[in-house]
Design a protein around this ligand. Structure first.
Ligand code: NOJ
Length: 558
């Protein structure tokens, strides 16, 4: 029933995964081609970022037909074949539900903007201008600027939390909600096993549309998520479609704190299985009203440990966590927080160890399992609309960041770091395409690629394979109670997972220097089994006295 509690899910960003046609754009036949590879990694499910028909203004997170596969990715038949072939290998398929907004090219919006009395008018959020013609309030777009767009024809503003080509859907309208449930039924009837839900925390809007109290022209803040009817809507969705199909669900919990996460994931409330939370990914951020995510500070391990520990403890009973460092919106962790040069292998595997040892469902993002790294491109080589909008706003127009500071932030955490094509081998374009890739390949593909990693038994790939197998074979990963140790240590990441008289001890030196002497790892100095480590000769727990740079291990003691 709760298969996802023992599972590791692999996220595919289809446009960057594998191109089977030579048009420079990844597609579903490319995914089908690589199913054997995914099976050999051992993952239990595949989450595909959106592949529905879309003008691709935000890489598919702007959908114009929810029931049709975008021709760039293939056909509906390709998708049905992928579902069947993944199932034959025991892998579940999770699709991306983008239901906070649609594309402005969706038929609903095309109708909605025709007239104020169009039957689809109320599928979106339309408001009159204020007396002086200005937008209804000072809500900002997450992709820079304001969240309201003026429409000349009907002389009203419509709301868009993201691009103006991504108008927000009006969940107050029961007809709209039924449309969403119905498209979910459509895909579930085809065999889809679950949903990742894009910005699901944003679907309910406070109908008084309260302005933020701020001197800034545009603000993105607490009014953008956790609206008054959010959980009512999710419970309705659960009744209508999730429960009948026994769907696995993971919501993108933007703006979620512990209390709202509990509301989403308490099994007794019948909402979602788990949510992606964001606070741990903010440990290198100094967000300000003006700079948003582009305000940076150095990575702080103590903060990361404290944040992860907080969620581990808070969602322990009944609830369930997601575990991730990477996805299509985040950078490569080995570059962002680790060491992608001298200790590339060691730091990639150390971050994997401390994440996969936690309680929750781990998500591996394509390329993470071979230690793919961040890129450094000139601004014109980036594709991401978020990067370009922020560059225009922060560097060119308001001049709040120097070009150098902005580019440094982009190279650390810009979304395109995760979106460069998957590196399959050392041939042209890393074997991703025979054509011209839609986004440049990372220049380190000859050194970091799947073919090489699979051939090398000591590679990051084989480490992930082993970590994933451990999840399946060792129950303590699901059941063990979490306890953080050495919490204030800025270099050491250690914790235990305990159930009865059995315990996992997770240890990692998250620095590039030897860590010596080691604090006592096991209270009883028990002998334990070394389940996994990222150095070939890591000593047993009762004799280990030093951790080498980024050395990480998991012991089981009794
Ligand atoms: C979150 C998605 O992960 C991101 O890629 C997208 O741009 C926004 N939601 C808008 O859909």
């Amino acid at each position: 029933m709760e298969w996802w509690k023992d599972a590791v899910i692999y996220q595919i960003y289809p446009r960057s995964f594998k191109d089977s046609t030579g048009n420079g754009f990844g597609d579903l036949r490319g995914v089908i081609e690589k199913l054997d590879y995914l099976e050999s990694l051992g993952v239990d499910g595949l989450w595909l970022s959106p592949i529905f028909e879309s003008p691709q203004k935000d890489n598919g997170y702007d959908i114009s037909d929810y029931r049709k596969i975008d021709p760039r990715f293939g056909t509906n038949e390709d998708m049905y074949e992928l579902i069947e072939k993944a199932h034959a290998k025991g892998m579940k398929i999770i699709m991306d539900l983008v239901a906070n907004h649609s594309s402005d090219q969706h038929r609903w919006f095309q109708e909605s903007k025709k007239s104020k009395d169009n039957p689809y008018r109320d599928y979106y959020i339309w408001k009159d201008a204020q007396a002086d013609g200005s937008p209804p309030n000072n809500w900002g777009s997450i992709f820079s600027g304001g969240a309201w767009e003026w429409d000349e024809t009907t002389e009203q503003y419509y709301l868009h939390y993201f691009l103006k080509e991504q108008p927000d859907l009006n969940w107050e309208n029961p007809k709209l909600r039924e449309e969403i449930y119905d498209l979910m039924r459509f895909w579930m009837a085809k065999g889809v096993d679950g949903w990742r839900m894009d910005v699901i925390g944003a679907i309910s809007k406070d109908q008084s549309f309260p302005a933020y109290d701020s001197d800034e022209q545009y603000v993105v803040g607490e009014n953008h998520s956790n609206g008054p009817r959010l959980h009512e809507f999710i419970q309705e969705m659960n009744r209508e479609v999730l429960a009948p199909f026994n769907a696995m669900t993971v919501g993108e919990g933007n703006g979620s704190d512990i209390e709202s996460a509990k509301l989403f994931t308490d099994p007794e409330r019948n909402e979602l299985n788990m949510i992606f939370t964001f606070t741990h990914m903010g440990v290198d951020e100094r967000p300000t009203a003006q700079l948003g995510k582009w305000g940076m500070k150095p990575f702080d391990l103590v903060e990361l440990k404290a944040d992860l520990a907080l969620w581990q403890t808070a969602l322990n009973e009944r609830f369930w966590n997601t575990l991730y460092f990477e996805n299509h919106d985040q950078a490569r962790v080995v570059s962002r927080w680790g060491n992608d040069t001298t200790y590339h292998h060691q730091s990639a595997t150390a971050f994997a160890t401390v994440l996969h040892g936690l309680k929750g469902t781990p998500f591996v993002y394509q390329g993470e399992e071979i230690g793919m790294v961040n890129s450094s491109f000139p601004i014109e080589d980036y594709d991401d609309v978020e990067i370009h909008n922020a560059y225009k706003d922060l560097v060119q127009e308001r001049q709040l960041l120097s070009e150098a500071d902005f580019m440094a932030a982009v190279e650390t955490k810009g979304r395109d770091n995760a979106r460069t094509p998957m590196q399959w081998d050392a041939t042209a374009n890393a074997g991703f395409t025979t054509g011209t890739p839609w986004l440049k390949v990372n220049p380190r593909f000859e050194e970091i690629n799947v073919e090489k990693a699979v051939a090398d038994k000591g590679s990051i790939f084989h480490y992930y394979q082993k970590l994933i197998a451990l999840r399946h074979n060792e129950e303590l990963f699901r059941t063990g109670e979490f306890e953080l140790t050495n919490s204030e240590d800025p270099r050491l990441f250690t914790y235990t997972r305990t159930l009865g008289d059995e315990q996992l001890i997770i240890v990692a030196n998250m620095s590039a220097e030897n860590y010596q002497p080691l604090p006592l790892l096991s209270t009883e100095k028990a002998t334990g089994e070394l389940l996994i480590s990222n150095y070939a000769d890591t000593p047993a727990i009762d004799v280990i006295s030093v951790l080498r740079p980024y050395e990480a291990a998991i012991y089981k003691v009794k």
